[in-house]
Design a protein around this ligand. Structure first.
Ligand SMILES: Nc1ncnc2c1ncn2[C@@H]1O[C@H](COP(=O)(O)OP(=O)(O)OP(=O)(O)O)[C@@H](O)[C@H]1O
Ligand SMILES: [Mg+2]
Length: 510
């Protein structure tokens, strides 16, 4: 590889946002035909570096970007595309009311006498879609596609534009394992065709499986690059956090011994569509997992319990009182709180500060709190939360929208804790969260359980479910299909959960 030219070389890249030094003097070399993973803790600067490459941000003076050995200036997104760079953000950037072909050709549509020539467009796009092995055609409306399929459209667009560098920022966070496999197959194919893929991920297993090399950022600086044979979890963690992470956090409370009375009882919950007749009981101080494949109805069930969606049937009893909430506010007022998996759209106020966002929870609990968002108590509360969850901010007066993804998740979690919940439902609580912060969140769940809070954890990561839960309900096709742990006598293992989730075993009746 030494005599070849890297397809991408970023030299001495720095970026300052107001007072935050997001990147200082970062360099990165990427070769054609490699999957180059980019890792680092939340806020390390990964997305910022890639946004500079894709023209979304301008780097500070003094840096250089070379593509194929030639220096380029990337003034904006179009310049990046012209230079052969394509980026797929987590919030996909497609127009939902246009077709696949229209999205792939956006800005370069075929027009004959001012009319879109759909047939020519389809002819042009079909071979690319075929080559990628996707199951939809060029005339499909993007609005009708799943998240995973929309991602494939973005990849097709990059391939069609003859991009030589494809950046994917945490592409698998909302994919099922099957969809992830399909994505990996496409990535491998593109690699074999000589494309360079820069792949941002917090998931160690993915990085192992997919990448040829890994570069690590820490606090806006470049730490180093590992070759395939040098990659190990220990080495990466040491590079990411700057020390050995002695032991990954293990569950410390034991609900079988100390499990309290029933705190939450849900009966016959259903929406008449995707969730049917779900009943469950949660004890004080218990951590109950809700597992199942993506699409099994876990989030839907949680939203019904919380009053966020319309119920066809079902009651919710909290601490002996029927609270069956009409609206989420009713649930919060009663002490039942839900952490959404969709923090961008439902959870945070991106143009309010960290302090305000954290204190909004107090208002939800106690309306007399209104107007105190910036008082002394609010400042103290926010400072304590920032410390407790190690939220990385220079000051809590920055807007949440400017935080890295993982730090946004921590702010949302802090806000919920300010509601002083009796029952907390956490939907994918560690999505997009780095390895150190994951450990902190597990510790927090444990502390809450020991303080008597009932916790329900929804997660697609089985090791997470196995690691933190006392008992696990497994959903399949909208019903609770089985149970492990607790008093069932079946230990909580990935195999046992997987068997119930896929229908290979029926488990014990819940
Ligand atoms: N538009 C912005 N305005 C102000 N600060 C920003 C902006 N974008 C990013 N930052 C700051 O730059 C730093 C790096 O953020 P970045 O999003 O690049 O991190 P990341 O490595 O992608 O983290 P994560 O794993 O959480 O996604 C953070 O401190 C973040 O708050
Ligand atoms: Mg990021």
């Amino acid at each position: 590889m030494t005599d070849a030219v890297p397809i991408l070389e970023m030299r001495n890249i720095s970026k300052t946002f107001a007072t935050i030094k997001a990147l200082s003097g970062v360099s990165l070399r990427v070769w054609p035909g490699e999957v180059h993973a980019l890792m680092g803790e939340n806020g390390a600067g990964k997305s910022t570096l890639m946004k500079i490459l894709s023209g979304a941000y301008q780097a500070d003076e003094g840096g250089e970007i070379l593509i194929g050995g030639r220096a380029v200036t990337i003034k904006g997104p179009q310049a990046a595309r012209d230079a052969g760079v394509a980026i797929i953000y987590q919030e996909l950037a497609l127009a939902p009311n246009l077709t696949v072909a229209e999205n792939m050709l956006l800005g370069r549509e075929h027009a004959r006498g001012g009319i879109l020539d759909r047939r020519a467009m389809a002819r042009e796009c079909a071979p690319v879609l075929q080559r990628l092995g996707v199951t939809f055609g060029p005339a499909t409306l993007v609005a009708d596609l799943s998240m995973a399929e929309r991602q494939q459209v973005e990849i097709a667009r990059a391939v069609h534009a003859r991009s030589r560098i494809l950046v994917m920022d945490e592409p698998t966070t909302s994919l099922s394992s099957r969809e992830t496999e399909a994505l990996f197959a496409i990535v491998r194919q593109l690699r074999s065709e000589g494309m360079a893929i820069i792949y941002i991920s917090h998931r160690m297993a993915e990085v192992y499986e997919l990448s040829d090399r890994v570069s690590v950022l820490r606090d806006g600086t470049f730490v180093g690059t590992l070759n395939r044979e040098e990659i190990s979890a220990e080495a990466l963690v040491r590079m990411m956090v700057g020390r050995d992470l002695s032991s990954f956090y293990k569950k410390d409370h034991d609900a079988h011994m100390s499990r309290g009375p029933v705190i939450l009882s849900v009966r016959d919950m259903g929406d008449g569509k995707r969730v049917h007749g779900c009943s469950l009981e949660l004890h004080q101080g218990e951590v109950l997992g809700l597992a199942g494949l993506v699409g099994a109805g876990r989030t839907e069930l949680a939203r019904l319990i919380y009053g966020a969606d319309r119920r066809a049937s079902g009651t919710v009893v909290l601490d002996g009182t029927d609270i069956t909430p009409k609206l989420p506010q009713d649930a919060i007022a009663a002490g039942l709180v839900y952490l959404t998996e969709d923090r961008k759209h439902l959870g945070l106020f991106l143009d309010m500060t960290v302090r305000e966002n954290i204190n909004l929870g107090v208002i939800a609990r106690d309306s007399r709190g209104a107007g105190i968002l910036n008082g002394a108590a609010a400042r103290a509360r926010s400072a304590a939360a920032v410390k407790a969850l190690s939220i990385r901010v220079s000051t809590d007066m920055v807007n949440v929208g400017a935080l890295s993804g993982g730090n946004q998740q921590k702010v949302l979690l802090s806000r919920l804790l300010e509601c002083k919940p009796k029952v907390l439902i956490l939907d994918e609580p560690t999505r997009g969260v780095d390895i150190g912060a994951k450990s902190e969140i597990y510790r927090l769940i444990d502390d809450l359980a020991r303080a008597g809070v009932g916790v329900i954890v929804i997660s697609s990561e089985l090791p997470e479910i196995v690691g933190v839960c006392d008992r696990v309900l497994v959903m399949r096709e909208g019903v609770i299909a089985g149970e492990v742990g607790g008093t069932t006598g079946t230990p909580i293992t990935q195999e046992a959960i997987g068997a119930i989730a896929t229908g290979a075993s029926h488990g014990l009746a819940a």
